[in-house]
Structures are given as structure tokens and as C-alpha cells.
Design a protein around this ligand. Structure first.
Ligand SMILES: [Zn+2]
Length: 59
């Protein structure tokens, strides 16, 4: 498990559909950046789930 290296407000680009939290069905308001081995992963979360955001690097 790794903790996010950065958490910020979710940036909605033009014409982007409303994003849903990766953990629940609520509207995503935050995005968390994780550093996996050689790449970056972005997950979107609502205000609640972002507090326990973590990323498990697939084995
Ligand atoms: Zn959520």
C-alpha cells in the first residue's frame, strides 16, 4: 500500500462527464496521485474517501 504523493481538487476538463468516486458512488471532488513502480496513477475520490486513499501496487 502506498499513500498518495499528492492530493488536489479534481480538475474537470471541458466536456468531461461528471466523475464518480473510485470507492463509492458519490461525486468525485478530489484526485490523488500515486507513484507506482515506474508510472503515476490518478484516482478520483469524494471528500470522504480521499481521507483513506491508498493504492496497492498490483503484484
Ligand atoms: Zn467516495
Amino acid at each position: 500500500m502506498s499513500r498518495p504523493i499528492k492530493i488536489g481538487p479534481l480538475k474537470l476538463r471541458k466536456h468531461m462527464l461528471e466523475q464518480t468516486c473510485d470507492e463509492c458512488e458519490r461525486k468525485a471532488t478530489r484526485e490523488a496521485l500515486f507513484e507506482a513502480e515506474e508510472f503515476l496513477v490518478i484516482h478520483r475520490y469524494c471528500d470522504k474517501c480521499v481521507l483513506k486513499a491508498s493504492y496497492e501496487i498490483p503484484a
